[in-house]
Design a protein around this ligand. Structure first.
Ligand SMILES: CC(C)(COP(=O)(O)OP(=O)(O)OC[C@H]1O[C@@H](n2cnc3c(N)ncnc32)[C@H](O)[C@@H]1OP(=O)(O)O)[C@@H](O)C(=O)NCCC(=O)NCCS
Length: 180
């Protein structure tokens, strides 16, 4: 499916659909083990990045974050409407290249995507899940106006220990409503 969404322009960024040409910039952060401390998955090769960029370019759920001044693609925002669709609810996620973190880029990009979802797509509620130890993630959510709604105890695991047992983790639930 071709995604014909319009790019979102912020003061420093262009938040837009992915392109196959993002493969190199995508590889720069998805090959970095630091990206996966609180995320499922493992570092990818440049061949895998090329396939993934082509794949993301056809996805309506992923937004590429580009620095307007340089054209570098430095991260991604995920926003997907969940079932049942009549609940008008989306899940939010994000990854920023470690070299570009702590400069307000994730907050700037996520704010634009969230505002677009509420204003242009009629979304009612957006939620995000993160590990309580992922301070960068929940600080980002608080920065962009999400409220902490609760803590799910050991509801998920992304990895197993050497004996194959799940490494269960807790999940913080954050959300923001259109009216907020
Ligand atoms: C979460 C992530 C996207 C934040 O990106 P970022 O561009 O560094 O975030 P911002 O610069 O916009 O900062 C947003 C807020 O988080 C805070 N923050 C960012 N990184 C932080 C860190 N490592 N420790 C503490 N606070 C941090 C900032 O100070 C800011 O809060 P403030 O406005 O109160 O000062 C980034 O750390 C990342 O990609 N992590 C790896 C992937 C990941 O874990 N994704 C989320 C899975 S749930």
């Amino acid at each position: 499916m071709l995604d014909l969404r319009q790019p979102l322009h912020t003061s420093r960024l262009i938040v837009r659909a992915f392109r196959a040409g993002d493969a190199g910039d995508l590889h720069a952060y998805l090959s970095d083990p630091q990206t996966y401390i609180f995320e499922p998955g493992a570092p990818i090769t440049s061949e895998e990045a090329a396939a993934m960029a082509a794949d993301l370019a056809t996805s309506p759920h992923f937004w590429a974050v580009e620095v307007a001044a340089t054209g570098r693609q430095i991260g991604q925002i995920y926003l997907k409407q969940v079932e049942p669709l009549e609940h008008l609810t989306c899940e939010l996620g994000y990854i920023l290249n470690p070299a570009y973190q702590r400069q307000g880029y994730a907050a700037e990009a996520a704010t634009a995507v969230v505002a677009h979802a509420f204003a242009e797509r009629g979304i009612h509620r957006i939620y995000a899940h993160c590990n309580p130890e992922n301070v960068a993630s929940w600080k980002l959510l608080e920065r962009i106006g999400f409220r902490r709604e609760g803590l799910l105890r050991q509801n998920v695991f992304f990895r197993r220990d050497a004996a194959g047992a799940p490494l269960w983790t807790d999940t913080l639930v954050y959300a923001r409503l259109a009216e907020e």
